[in-house]
Design a binder for this molecule. Structure first.
Ligand code: NI
Length: 183
């Protein structure tokens, strides 16, 4: 182990601030990652730590203000061992016609939970933590969570799946709650 290795090993993980709607950055499209570097892995470690602390089960890089196509996730239950997952440049290569409805929430849309309909199964191609290409077929919560997080990479929030009326109502509520918190 070199001194530089030791320094990076000892560097504590950092909690990153999570941005919330209606922050315009959440509507921007994230750019593909060119190379999976150690710096990028450090960002993913920090994102994972931030997600665990929130607590949440998925987080896209744009939610901490980084417009790159990166997702971290852990769907393990509290009584299970941690199962961190990393998805870089994820792409849906197949989606089922069959749909599933889940109640979704989002760390960038605090305290709002509602049902969203999405394809029940998807096949997703992506780069893993090691930068190697992988493909998985997902169903259940994993399929829903993947699609929710991949929406973030395209500037889409789960509330964008609702009618404009409902979405505007939620956004007004969020702005009001933030004003209350600031005063
Ligand atoms: Ni979200």
């Amino acid at each position: 182990m070199t001194l530089a290795d030791a320094a990076s090993y000892l560097r504590p993980m950092a909690l990153l601030p999570i941005i919330t709607a209606p922050d315009p950055r959440l509507a921007q499209k994230s750019a593909p990652v060119a190379t999976v570097t150690d710096e990028l892995r450090k960002l993913m470690d920090d994102m994972l730590e931030t997600m665990y602390a929130a607590p949440g089960i998925g987080l896209a890089a744009i939610q901490v203000g980084v417009p790159q196509r990166i997702i971290v996730m852990d769907l393990a239950r509290e009584d299970e061992e941690k199962q961190p997952r990393f998805f870089i440049n994820p792409e849906i290569v197949w989606a089922s016609d069959e749909v599933a409805i889940y109640e979704e929430g989002c760390l960038s849309v605090p305290e709002i939970y509602d049902e969203v309909e999405r394809p029940a199964r998807v096949r997703v191609k992506f780069l893993g933590y090691d930068g190697k290409e992988q493909e998985i077929e997902a169903d259940g919560l994993l399929a829903t969570c993947l699609q929710h997080e991949m929406d973030h990479l395209n500037g889409v929030l789960f509330i964008d799946h609702f009618s404009k009326l409902k979405r505007d109502m939620i956004l007004r509520k969020l702005v009001k709650a933030r004003r209350r918190a600031a005063s």
